[in-house]
Design a protein around this ligand. Structure first.
Ligand SMILES: [Zn+2]
Length: 107
């Protein structure tokens, strides 16, 4: 048990890690109160990693022509930041104008 406690202690010590966790918690707090399963979510236009996204030039488009941020970043597990996985930002950078005019819709 003593060893377990020690490893937790060590885990909290690396410089910058606690800041990262706080940032992540803030982000989750902001995300979940607004989450409503009945309403389609508005396009996510907020980059997940603003510092990296600023210089990111990996972008992709969907079939509607919307443009998204394709930045890959490491997302650490909230409970164990030794665990992380690659995530893609997926923020919408540019929303395409509707492709069809009202007149083109055949009904
Ligand atoms: Zn981004």
């Amino acid at each position: 048990m003593g060893r377990h406690r020690l490893s937790n202690r060590v885990a909290l010590e690396p410089i910058g890690e606690s800041f990262k966790i706080d940032e992540l918690k803030e982000r989750l707090k902001k995300r979940f109160p607004n989450h409503n399963f009945n309403v389609p979510a508005p396009p996510d236009t907020k980059c997940k990693s603003p510092y990296l996204c600023k210089t990111n030039d990996i972008k992709y488009r969907d079939s509607d022509g919307n443009e998204y941020c394709g930045l890959r970043f490491k997302q650490t597990d909230e409970n164990n930041h030794y665990i992380w996985e690659w995530k893609v930002c997926h923020a919408m950078i540019h929303q395409a104008k509707p492709v069809f005019k009202q007149d083109d819709i055949p009904f």
